[in-house]
Write a protein that binds this ligand. Sequence first.
Ligand code: GLC
Length: 777
Amino acid sequence: MRCSDVGITSNRFTSSVPLTPEGNEHFSYSSSPSPPQTKQPNLHPLTIHPAAPRIPQVAARVRGRKRSADCPLASRQGTLRNLSSSSHSDLPEKERSATRSDGQRMQVGGDSGGMELGDGSLNPGFRDVDGGSAAEDPGKEKRDPEYAQIKPYAGMPKEVLLLHSCKARYRVPREILFWLMVACTLALVALTVTVIALSPRCMNWWQVSPVYQVYLRSFKDSDGDGVGDLKGIQKQLEHFQYLNIKSVWVSPFYRSPLRDSGYDVEDFRAIDPLFGTMQDFEKLLAEMHSKGLKLIVDLIPNHTSDRHRWFNLSRTGDPHYKDYYVWSDCNGSAPRPNNWVSVFGNSAWTYDDVRGQCYLHQFLKEQPDLNFRNPHVRKEMTDIIHFWLEKGVDGFRVGAVNRLLEAAHLRDEPQVDPKKAPESVASVWDLHHDYTTSQLGLHDLLRDWRAEMQAYSREPGRYRFMVTESYDYHEVDKTMMYYGTSLVKESDFPFNFYLLDLPQNTSGLWVKHLVQLWMANMPKGQWPNWLVGNHDQPRIASSAGHTYIRAINMLLLTLPGTPTTYYGEEIGMENNNGTDGPARDPAGKYNASASQDPQRSPMQWSSDMNAGFNNKTNTTWLPLHPDYRSINVKAQMEDEGSVLAQYRSLNTLRQSELPFLRGWFCFVHADASVFSYLRELDGLSRAFLMVLNFGGEPAVTDLSSVPELPDLLTVQMSTNRSNDDKVLHKSRIPTEAGEGLVIQYTTNTRFHPNHPEQCYVSEKACYLSAVDLLYQC
Ligand code: GLC
């Protein structure tokens, strides 16, 4: 066999490895009868075994092979040549030549250093059994080449194996496998690209979880001074996990004289000692992240405290800081530059005797407005944003954004009631705020800040979230502008304050109107949000009535978008109108009835001392609500029917059901009592119908005119637990006043295609039940 022909190959062969397995001598591979079995002389590896078939055949064979690129031998020519060049030179002359088929002696090594295998390939031993050159010579009897007679075996010289590998029985499966692999790889790549291309955008953390607002001073006091602090929040992190909440917004903790509960900042980069230290903050953030929680902090760009270093430098006329604030001339005759008023009442201007000018403050006089027309001020605020993003905060609640810029012309604002005496204009409701809110250039500021945050949002799972606070009341289009455009983003969503008006008229129609106000005006594809309370608004359980707190939580947690829950709403906490002295908050100091203290009473954790808010000493910065012995977290954790338990189940349902997270929202019905809507997802047969009674009376709702609904409906969850799992006919859905029902039903008829004007969707996606996959559609 050609192996020795492939002496080259057999070089190694002759020297160390017998051609046949276990060196069985009787294998002869020359055409002539096998020479007497003599002990193989210990030949140099490159020695041509005198009995070896003649090399030229190998070479010819190789040349033949070049035509079919897949034969590895072709590529080995070089190797063979190398082989010869390196090792043949020291062979005695006689050994270094072989006889070619044409009887010519063939040089081995020689000065060319390579073994010419040219003729080797002509050696019939190398012809394919599948009709190589043998085929060319039909007269000749077809015989397996010698090497082919030996089954490949472990240890067989690689070169011979390579020869074997040229056989069709090995090559064809190899080619099939190769192309199969190529085809599979291409298919996999195509599938991956298709899945990625068709995959809907992943939901972001601020879309999946409700935002929970912690009013820091009232959440949990860890050191017994009667005021909530950062360590106190750290102690209560399990509460968020119990509620299945991942996003927590903490109100201001920066160094502050606390004239406006921390919204008057003396140093944006320091923690006020009342709330803890920077170390306490970092520990809290680290532990929150370790529990998969996200921290949103307040950014208060509109103003600083009048104790802030900048203000003192500005009032003293320091060249760099003199225009950090909005100063204007005013004197005995014109004590105020114009009629602008503060949100907390009275003029928005105060004379400063150090500077001899008036400065603007849209809130308290202790909160002078920053001048964002000054690039230095813009830079300062950008640096502060970087400071907290570097600390690792996950987002900002940007306060009072609509008031960041004022008209430079300082003209009087038009009075709401032109007949009112100008000198009696003192309340924010007396004027149309054409020059102190929503000024041109405002959105550039927000776009810049968003861009800064975008730079920190590239890391997977570390998106930095922005929500803006702007009370635009009936001018809803102004609020919607804070979403930015499809090209240039601003906030992820502006807070939706419209449900704050729910208590004005608790009825199905009114609630539908408030929900529609947002859905109908929200730019297409943007993400809605809902809230019914915060530290500036009376608690909903008090303003709407405790009867409705469960239905209201059900509304917030089943509407599309992100709900924000103000601490205590999850247990139905009410305003504490009992006071133990003058109002602490600025609004209350101006107008007692507008005090914000009632909604800021300490959190009611248990019926223990101070409701578990401060279990060290018998003091709290604001009085506790007397109902804390019954309305508290601990009691409600033990009661499956409690507001807390229902909040928790609703939130778990919301985060585990695709129709709630990504589905269509469709108005179905509204009347004086009931507001009903559904959530459905294309491709998913499971859908949910909500029937909420905001009226004062029990109601029976008839939805028989809705063909997309099946006749029989099963109550998955009712705010009145005795109605859970009840089967109702769609023509007769009874609800008590304040009762809410979540009804799960199965259908293959979607509602939204038949009622496009009643339906909305943000993160549109469809479901392929066969493969349990969401795809863009
Ligand atoms: C924001 C805060 C409010 C504060 C005001 C002025 O609106 O929510 O509490 O009084 O800013 O800082």
